[in-house]
Design a protein around this ligand. Sequence first.
Ligand SMILES: [Zn+2]
Length: 379
Amino acid sequence: MPTTVLSSPAHYVQGKNVIAELGTHLKNLGSTPLLVADDIVWGIVEDALGKGFADAGLAVVRVGFGRFATPGAVDGLVETITSGGHDVIVGVGGGSAIDAAKAAGHLAGVRWASVPTAASSDAPTSALSVIYTEEGEFIEYRFFPHNPDLVLIDTQLVANAPVAFLVGGIGDALATWVEARATARGTGSTMAGGRPTHAGTALAQLSWDLLHENALAALDAVRAKVVTPALEAVVEANTLLSGLGFESGGLAAAHAIHNGLTAAPQTHGLSHGQKVNFGTTTQLVLEGADAEELADFVEFTTRVGLPNTLAEIGLTAENTAELRAVAEAACVEGETIHNMPFPVTPEAVVDAMLATDRIATRVRVERSLPAPQMHHAKH
Ligand SMILES: [Zn+2]
């Protein structure tokens, strides 16, 4: 029988105002932490975080961060760790700062922690980083031998963050069960390096169920900047369950199509979760999902505010060269699309994207949902 693997962070802490406890948790990991956060994030967390650090007897050392986890940004952080004698690195903020901190911590041989300030993707819990170019194009996954020593997420910070961040995180998390289910039906490996455990697959499904029950109420909570049980459930679904579910349950077509989409300049400016959601809808079409299931997914994601048509990701059916390039990139050797339980070709991906656009547009008319708005990438 094939080997099954589950991989997880050592410690996961979630709750209202827990940013003030970061110092206490970090003290178990090291004595000279390096914090990585851009200026906007730092302005939000500095006071509460600094007070907790003072109580724990830790010095606050922070470096800024650009937009993407590029190879250069990672190497720069490794130098800062080495020259400053830091023994733990903490990525604070969005997925890119966290991905860069993880990659740098691994290269420098120190421990690392993830402190997301929004529930905008499931990257924080995983033992991998996604590396991009300065323009935000996907370059590679980098894998590490273990997950973060600590993941800490303050739900009041999530409630205060722009609602679009939570929408993106929901898009990323909705993909998890669709991809884990496909991986379980096939023969491929997960990011954790083996066949999925039953636990990994079940956590992916739990994420899906919690999102369907709580996503709309959680978005209302963020609009009101308040923490409710629905928001707590969605934060756990987006961060912990989707993180464990994708890493140990398996990625498939949705994320491969996302990676392909990053190469199309028209999609620039969209969040990870927005692009992933078009990928998830396309995966459902590619696998011949039940018409009712597909229509329900289109309706639910439209209500959440996620794209499921070409226009919403900046493309049209006439962009044949771009669609072909996206499909080619999604199907390169080693991409997770080959975890699907049947062979997938670029032709099939182009056809599925074109069909998705028609189906989603029709369902939105039939169910009296808002018409798609064209996304225009800023240059
Ligand atoms: Zn993702």
